[in-house]
Design a protein around this ligand. Structure first.
Ligand code: ZN
Length: 432
């Protein structure tokens, strides 16, 4: 039954549900929104009490609001504390099979603030797997793929997707890469899926000796910056490194055949909260999530909108990049007050410095940053400081104190190239 609904969804997404014009998309979204609201007013105590007539009647929600109203929001009577206990137990034992009745329960891996709880039915998960497959399998060649999937071992998504038409091999990020290289060589994936930092390690190995020939390379879970993207492209001789934009809140976007990221507007309705001229924080409404509704849910991401229409002709919103988390935007002091410096500007400072392959830039306080690099020499330090000086002049902020430390990563942990540890609340400044 589960497999069947995944397949039906796959076929629907792939062949029938191709929405070609903006008008058709808008009409479709309106229909789906109406249907979803009607369902929620019947099944979710939270929405029943609110009785919204249209989407804009519903207040914008974030993780804190979602957790606070969890019991009333969900449509199957799940108790938050019981579900949390179950999810924490699964994390502890690394056994993710126990369920809450027929519902899978998981924790979202958010780094800041509240711990998020996510619940999803088998049917929803299969639908979701089907949608992902439909959007990602190369056009004109959809059967017989061998997919190598690098992820932290915290879900059973790969089981959902395993079938005769497709073989899946799961690579646990906590294991050493050398071991993975051997398995990869034997498995010879046609599709390689991994976080950007892991793709880069595989690319390095590929440069030493060409050991795999994947048809399609897909970056997930981490921001793929331009320098890494160029490196991976070159190592694998590809024109496009595909990206999947996905989180516990849903499957949000993917790269089309022209290499542009599109948001999945046939599954989600996107409202944009602008933070600069072309950057926005998405507020999403999912048409399909029934167990735990995602309605006007504000994500903690900054997306850069694309100025031109994509050549592929898709009416789905095209974005130039997923820049990173909103709470990682640097907040620096300037003569006219606080200056927001987006992750992209910080990354650009680093890519101009020769000899640096890997870096992380972390803001520690209002006037202090630490830069982790793999080549600490007088020249790389000087050049890096020079780049930050130039940026501070351009954006009008005081140059913060810059210190350097050796670059290192923890296996299985997401690599964040630009991160702000320094937090600020409405009342004033606070360090964590
Ligand atoms: Zn496109």
């Amino acid at each position: 039954m589960g497999k069947l609904s995944a397949l039906t969804n796959f076929v629907k997404t792939r062949w029938f549900a191709k929405i070609k014009t903006k008008e058709k998309l808008t009409a479709y979204q309106l229909k789906m929104l109406k249907r979803q609201l009607a369902f929620l007013k019947e099944k979710s105590p939270y929405f029943k009490a609110m009785n919204p007539q249209k989407l804009s009647d519903i207040p914008i929600m974030d993780k804190a609001v979602m957790m606070e109203n969890f019991n009333a929001l969900n449509t199957v009577g799940i108790d938050r504390d019981k579900a949390l206990a179950l999810a924490i137990e699964s994390e502890r034992t690394r056994d993710f099979t126990p369920k809450y009745g027929k519902i899978s329960v998981g924790l979202s891996s958010g780094t800041s603030g509240h711990r998020g709880l996510f619940v999803i039915s088998d049917r929803e998960r299969n639908e979701w797997a089907g949608t992902i497959l439909a959007k990602l399998l190369p056009q004109g060649h959809i059967l017989g793929h061998r997919v190598a999937f690098f992820l932290r071992a915290d879900n059973n998504l790969y089981e959902t997707m395993n079938s005769a038409a497709l073989s899946f091999s799961f690579f646990d990020l906590l294991k050493p890469m050398e071991e993975h290289f051997k398995t990869l060589k034997e498995f010879q994936p046609t599709i390689l899926v991994a976080p950007a930092s892991v793709l880069k390690e595989i690319a390095k190995k590929q440069e030493e000796s060409e050991f795999i020939q994947p048809e399609k390379i897909i970056s997930v879970a981490e921001v793929l910056n331009e320098a890494d993207e160029r490196y991976i492209k070159k190592a694998f001789r590809k024109d496009i490194i595909h990206q999947v934009y996905q989180c516990t809140e849903g499957f949000l976007g993917y790269t089309c055949e022209c290499g542009k990221m599109h948001l999945n507007e046939d599954v989600i309705y996107v409202e944009k909260e602008y933070v600069s001229e072309n950057r926005f924080v998405p507020v999403i409404t999912d048409f399909r999530r029934k167990t735990q509704p995602i309605i006007r849910y504000r994500l903690n991401d900054i997306l850069v909108e694309s100025e031109e229409k994509c050549k592929c002709g898709s009416p789905f919103l095209a974005i130039d990049k997923i820049e990173g988390r909103e709470d990682d935007v640097f907040l620096l002091n300037g003569p006219d007050g606080e200056v927001k410096v987006f992750a992209d500007f910080i990354s650009r400072c680093m890519v101009y410095v020769e000899d640096i392959e890997n870096y992380r830039v972390v803001q520690l306080s209002a006037d202090e940053i630490v830069i982790y690099i793999d080549q600490i020499t007088d020249r790389t330090k000087e050049d890096t400081i020079g780049e930050f000086k130039r940026l501070s002049g351009k954006m009008n902020f005081f140059l913060p104190k810059i210190s350097f430390a050796p670059y290192e990563t923890t296996p299985g942990k997401k690599v964040k190239r630009v991160e702000r540890l320094y937090k600020r609340d409405q009342e004033g400044l606070e360090k964590v």
